[in-house]
Design a protein. Structure first.
Length: 631
């Protein structure tokens, strides 16, 4: 195959070596003219049997070197790239002078064989439709059931890219979970934005190589350039562009500094293309995910198969159904005793006065947008004045909020006030958030703990509300509130104490799978959000060989592992002799936790074998529980 002059083919595995130049530039260096910058004198070109091309500067290393080569523009004393197709190519070499960058005349070099293995990765076909084809990608305009998105852009937490609490920062192909999919928003990208007319066309052929044509709908401009797909790391493929860029809306030009070099691909299938660019403006680092759907999918020419495991089945928003809401909303507890009142008062949450909940169609769940990240330009902090307000609801259907009073109805999980009500307003330097509305969806009612009310704040392309601005309330304590720790009654004679797996010392308080011989009645153990259960016990008769870890374990919260991982938890204590100790667990689940649902044990466990010995196997006589309290 003979490829003619001036073809700039872009392909896989571009590697720029020595991308930077010396820290100092000497004005005493002799200026060079184009006639000086010729192959063999100023630079060399070498091609190996795998079609890897190496460009090397032969000049003094103090020169800043530039190249115009088939993969686009690059910089450095040494540049390597690979070309899959046989043919004749050109390269131009340039250096920085006092008058600017000077380039020599184009130099031709020849590739004698094809190396199609460079294009065997299916991502090339997904992106372009295959060798000799062109594929058009357009901004996502609705929920297509793939890509975890319902609109053209979404957000991903750089400190938890999987949005699952794992704190993974490793964003890459199929390794991203958004923390917010806003759909269409008037302040971001509305559904009728000219940006939605934009497109990117990727082409791969043996004549023009890897080219891109893109149209930006907001300014009605068409750009042509080159693209390069880097697959040197299969888990982190990237795209780089010459004379082109990752498509984005014009108002985000200054949000991210880089739209051209080593742009991370988070998903690429025949149907969905997603890029991640890092936000670099004053709002701080955050991944902005740009979502594109293949045009043939949008037009219906191609149908996305639903039975393939690699495609996420996004779901339609489903509002929570809270059984017995009419009574739960008036239920609290006084010193551990459940109480149902004729009225209930709620205070604005000091921890999170407000939030946004968005429907994640991939996980089929309503998820927080802020994740507790307040005090930013987009999520400002509330004032102390907002925390002073109280909402009182009565069973008779009346309410008061500050100086406002009236009537309300509760039906189908919605509290509808007789007039629009403003709970509070949050004002920041760049944004004002007003918690105002008449019909409030109840998203959460945790008796005695919290009440979450939401007002519609965005819809998807199908008209379904997929975002709610929510006001977070806590129950006001009734009857003066709790004055001290709640004592949990227990029967010491029913403690099970013994060895687990022949090596771990356990003192079992409750085990729903253990035959009912339990020291506590699970109905007496109920922890509100952030409450703590403490178990105080006495050890006697032990001989410790080395300090041992002891921890209170349950099947709840963020830390649910048992032996041996549990001994690494921060709440684990160190025991090193006979005496009185206390182990604790704090309810970090975000909701009230009860033990009478039969899904969690409550057990103390201690490192024993190689850590301690006992004179006999009457384990129960060597560990006695002195108190169990909730505070």
């Amino acid at each position: 195959m003979n490829i003619k002059k001036s073809i700039y083919l872009s392909a896989a595995f571009t590697l720029l070596l020595g991308a930077c130049t010396p820290d100092e530039y000497s004005l005493n260096k002799p200026d060079l003219s184009p006639s000086d910058l010729v192959e063999g004198k100023a630079f060399s070109v070498n091609v190996d049997e795998k079609n890897t091309v190496t460009l090397t500067s032969l000049l003094d290393k103090s020169y800043n070197c530039y190249w115009i080569q088939p993969n686009g523009r690059s910089q450095g004393n040494l540049v390597q790239f690979s070309l899959p197709f046989a043919g004749t190519y050109e390269v131009q070499f340039g250096v920085d002078t006092r008058g600017g960058v000077v380039y020599g005349e184009p130099h031709q070099f020849t590739i004698t064989t094809n190396n199609m293995s460079l294009l065997e990765d299916p991502l090339y076909s997904y992106l372009t439709g295959g060798v000799g084809s062109t594929k058009r990608w357009v901004p996502v305009d609705k929920d297509y059931g793939v890509g975890q998105c319902t609109g053209p852009v979404m957000y991903c937490n750089p400190d938890d890219v999987l949005n699952d609490g794992s704190a993974s920062t490793d964003i890459g192909i199929n390794h991203m979970h958004p923390n917010w999919d806003p759909g269409f928003q008037s302040w971001l990208i509305p559904q009728d934005s000219p940006y939605m007319d934009s497109y990117m066309e990727f082409t791969l052929d043996d004549v023009n190589g890897c080219t891109i044509t893109e149209y930006q709908g907001e300014n009605k401009t068409t750009t042509k350039g080159k693209w390069n797909l880097n697959l040197s790391d299969k888990n982190h493929p990237t795209l780089s562009f010459t004379d082109a860029f990752v498509m984005h809306n014009v108002s985000f030009n200054e949000v991210c500094a880089n739209y051209t070099d080593n742009i991370i691909i988070t998903e690429l299938t025949p149907y969905m293309l997603q890029f991640a660019t890092m936000r670099t403006n004053s709002e701080g680092p955050w991944w902005i995910i740009w979502n594109f759907i293949a045009e043939d999918v949008k037009t219906g020419k191609v149908v996305i198969p639903s039975g393939e495991a690699e495609y996420i089945e996004a779901t339609t928003p489903v509002l929570p159904e809270i059984e017995g809401l009419e009574e739960k909303i008036f239920t609290t507890d006084i010193n551990g005793v459940e109480f149902v009142g004729a009225e209930m008062t709620f205070k604005v949450s000091e921890d999170a006065a407000y939030d946004w909940l968005w429907w994640n169609g991939g996980s089929s769940a309503w998820e927080s947008v802020t994740k507790g990240n307040y005090g930013t330009n987009w999520a400002p902090l509330w004032s102390d004045e907002a925390l002073e307000q109280e909402l009182t609801l009565t069973k008779k259907g009346t309410y008061t909020y500050g100086e406002t009073e009236g009537t309300y109805t509760l039906a189908d999980g919605v509290i509808t006030f007789d007039n629009p009500i403003t709970f509070f307003t949050v004002t920041g330097n760049d944004r004002t958030i007003e918690l105002t509305g008449q019909a409030w969806q109840v998203f959460k009612c945790d008796p005695g703990s919290e009440l979450v009310l939401g007002i519609s704040d965005g819809v998807d392309a199908n008209g379904n509300t997929n975002s709610y601005l929510v006001a977070n309330f806590t129950y006001k304590e009734v009857g003066g509130g709790q004055t001290g720790p709640v004592n949990v009654p227990f029967d010491a004679s029913k403690l099970w104490v013994g060895l687990e797996a022949g090596k771990y010392f356990r003192c079992q308080l409750y085990n729903p799978w253990g035959g009912g011989n339990d020291a506590i009645d699970p109905a007496n153990v109920k922890l509100k959000k952030n409450q703590k259960i403490n178990v105080t016990f006495r050890l006697s008769g032990f001989t410790f060989l080395q300090p041992a870890k002891m921890v209170l374990c349950c099947n709840r919260g963020e830390e649910q592992n048992w032996e041996t991982e549990c001994y690494d938890y921060d709440r684990a204590i160190t025991v090193n002799g006979d005496g009185v100790y206390t182990v604790s667990w704090t309810n970090d689940t975000g909701s009230t936790v009860k033990w009478d649902d039969g899904t969690s044990a409550l057990t103390m466990t201690m490192q024993f074998v190689d850590y301690a010995t006992l004179p006999d196997e009457d384990y129960a006589s060597h560990c006695t529980v002195e108190s169990i309290t909730i505070e």
